[in-house]
Design a protein around this ligand. Structure first.
Ligand code: NAG
Ligand code: NAG
Ligand code: NAG
Length: 677
């Protein structure tokens, strides 16, 4: 207790005084997130000979927010799951109607009571819930505590004694823990720990090792299997898991676990699914001996589906389709089997006409609600007009404006590919963006344009477009000076991406000068509201090394300094100044992964939103999720921390890619180049 109090005091002393005198808002986008309208569903597990039918599928969650990574309680009569409602990822439980009940098909999940499982709700991701057999201890992943360095995952396995709320970290400090699985007796927990720090810019090749430790206190931790993840117990001595083979195929493996001398060891380890298709995220249950549910991605199929493997089938393992007959054109993720063996659960998009529609602005819990609110926008590169009434954002493709209060006004003001948005400080209704392909080379045709909305910004049906750069040498990421005279942007015109400043009204034709110069990439610039600084992302510390960090320079080219280091090979980008110019918000993979990447739909790196003081002190993590958050902006306008809905017509709410993790690069003996092209 005393130790806890001392730590708390330390935290208070170390915490920077609130820097902002005025309330403000940070907005950002999350790759694909508004398409992840997941709910948790279940189908009867047996008899396997009968085909799954749509009529047998029940939705177990209420169609609100995003609900995923379900698991059944030991009694099989309630569901544990993750939900993104109310501003943070928390764990919930909801009753499940007994299997075979005649009420089953009629049950309205929305009416089922839904209660948060955790007595406390700090701002942190909570994921992969399971209960010990006595129902008293909740074992789960949380990002509540920072790791000890950049690019090290904050995720660790915790156990909360539900009656008292007392919580214990089961993963040792300095180590990350993902994908916990409690053994049927409750005595042991298996979990995956990231084994390597990546050197590239993505997380495709995250390698984890499986460790086993006592569920009660994390003791007797032993390395069970190298290069493996997503453990699941069939019984207390049989563990299934997935591993990616040298050709790139995910396969399911089985290990026999012994506990000689009180320590776990794997004796027999064998592959149970053949190469040639992906089988991943296995789920076993003592109530379903001889069966394992897996997600598969088969060549020729555009979707991830749940199948069940029957090991008892004489001689050969038999595969049974679970979800393909029911919802053929949807991705299904992360199956789980009820302890009584009666059901297999999974999550997928709820589809249209079910539950709530995507939000224009989704309130995310702010660590300093007294100084700023934090909102996720259904779009990328969001930025507010200076009166706060409009948001400009990029829709991949297209540039849009929309009223920030949810009253509509959504209009596409440029239909080609555009990226980055910034509003002029003086001339109302002038939005800067860059048009052309993003993530492209220096000679790619990309130019900076200014889009002017008619009638001082009020009339978005009357727009005029002016091209500010010429030559198309990847001119991008415009940011205007607060006096309205200049625009800083990056350009590849010298053969390297460096920063330049040009006239805000007439563009290059009105005058241009070079701000940075060197054989590296300076990009994603932002001019501070006090006019004194330009922040940008650069790889100048290791040109071409795919590592980006945040730097600042005065507009006259003096005072260059590095603000954020992102760790070996790390990527930290998209800086944007706070209204008082004292803090910078940015996106970074500084906090590592928060879930096994392959258990989520595509993203490209584990970007999360952070702030830092301009002197490099006071680094703070703002978002805690396992998706890709990015492109933040910071406005002096204060938006109340509440969800803002907007009815979107015909938005394809389930349209997202799920291929990135599962690409097969090697040519296979049977000529298959890629399982998902
Ligand atoms: C929590 O989220 C649910 C579903 O999105 C919503 O109905 C409810 O009003 C929210 N509760 C609070 C306190 O915001
Ligand atoms: C369109 O906007 C421009 C600039 O604000 C203005 O001069 C022009 O009259 C507007 N045209 C219409 C049809 O409203
Ligand atoms: C450059 O700009 C900074 C910030 O405005 C200023 O303090 C400094 O004196 C300027 N240096 C020169 C050489 O003009």
């Amino acid at each position: 207790m005393a130790r806890r109090a001392a730590l708390l005091l330390l935290f208070i002393l170390a915490a920077p005084a609130p820097a902002l005198a005025v309330e403000s808002t940070i907005v950002f986008g999350t790759l694909g997130r508004s398409r992840f309208t997941f709910d948790i569903f279940a189908l009867p597990l047996g008899p396997l000979s009968s085909t799954s039918s749509p009529a047998g599928e029940v939705r177990l969650t209420d169609g609100a927010s995003v609900n995923y990574n379900g698991n059944f309680a030991p009694s099989s009569d309630s569901l544990l799951f993750v939900s993104d409602r109310n501003g943070s990822l928390n764990l919930y439980t909801t009753p499940v109607v007994p299997s075979g009940s005649r009420r089953e098909a009629l049950e309205a999940p929305a009416a089922a009571p839904l209660s948060p499982l955790l007595p406390w709700d700090p701002i942190a991701l909570k994921d992969r819930p399971s209960l010990t057999p006595d129902g008293e201890h909740l074992v789960y992943v949380s990002t509540a505590e920072p790791s000890d360095g950049p690019r090290r995952s904050w995720a660790a396995v915790y156990s909360t004694h539900l009656p008292s709320g007392s919580t214990r970290r089961l993963t040792p400090r300095g180590v990350a823990g993902l994908s916990p699985a409690v053994s049927p007796s409750g005595e042991w927990t298996a979990s995956a720990s990231p084994a390597t720090v990546r050197s590239g810019g993505d997380v495709v090749d995250l390698h984890t090792d499986i460790y086993v430790f006592r569920t009660s206190d994390g003791s007797r931790r032993t390395l069970l299997i190298r290069d493996a993840g997503w453990p699941t117990w069939a019984d207390d001595t049989t563990l299934f898991f997935h591993h990616r083979d040298s050709h790139g195929w995910y396969g399911v493996y089985r290990a026999t676990v012994s506990f000689a001398g009180g320590e776990a060891a794997a004796s027999v380890v064998e592959r149970v699914t053949p190469p040639g298709f992906h089988a991943l995220t296995p789920a076993a249950s003592p109530g379903a001996p001889g069966l394992v549910a897996v997600a598969t991605r088969r060549p020729g199929s555009d979707y991830r589906h749940i199948e069940v493997i029957d090991f008892s089938a004489a001689g050969a393992n038999a595969y049974f389709e679970v979800t393909r007959p029911v919802a053929p054109r949807a991705h299904h993720f992360n199956p789980f089997i009820s302890p009584d063996g009666a059901r297999v659960g999974y999550h997928r998009c709820r589809g249209s006409g079910n539950g709530d529609s995507p939000l224009l602005l989704e309130n995310i819990k702010s660590p300093s609600p007294e100084t700023f609110s934090l909102l996720r926008v259904d779009g990328y590169y969001p930025s507010f007009s200076h009166d706060g009434k409009r948001i400009a954002f990029v829709g991949l493709p297209g540039l849009f404006v929309v009223n920030s209060d949810g009253s509509g006004g959504r209009r596409k003001i440029f239909s080609g590919n555009a990226f980055a948005t910034a509003w002029d400080w003086k001339r109302k209704g002038v939005i800067y963006t860059s048009i052309g392909p993003d993530f492209a080379g220096v000679r790619t045709e990309v130019d900076v344009i200014a889009v002017t909305l008619g009638n001082g910004g009020e009339d978005s049906s009357n727009i005029s477009i002016k091209k500010l750069t010429v030559g198309g040498d990847n001119n991008a990421f415009p940011s205007p000076s607060p006096d309205g005279k200049w625009v800083v942007f990056r350009s590849g015109r010298s053969g390297h991406k460096n920063l330049y400043i040009m006239d805000a009204v007439d563009g290059e034709a009105g005058g241009i000068r070079r701000l940075t110069d060197g054989p590296w990439s300076d990009t994603m610039c932002n001019w501070s509201p006090d006019g004194e600084w330009i922040a940008f992302a650069s790889d100048r510390h290791n040109p071409g090394g795919h590592s980006f960090e945040i730097y600042m320079v005065h507009p006259n080219g003096t005072g260059l300094r590095r603000v954020v280091r992102s760790g070996d090979g790390g990527v930290t980008t998209h800086p944007w100044f706070s209204p008082d110019s004292k803090t910078i918000v940015f996106t970074s993979e500084y906090a590592g992964v928060s879930a096994e990447p392959v258990s989520n739909p595509d993203h490209f790196y584990p970007g999360q939103i952070f702030t830092v003081n301009v002197d490099g002190s006071g680094l703070r993590r703002l978002t805690h999720d396992s998706f890709e958050d990015g492109t933040p902006s910071w406005t002096p306008y204060y938006i109340k921390p509440e969800n803002v809905g907007e009815t979107l017509q015909g938005s394809g709410t389930c349209a997202f890619e799920d291929c990135h993790w599962l690409k097969i690069v090697d040519a296979q003996p049977d000529g298959i180049m890629s399982a998902c092209v």
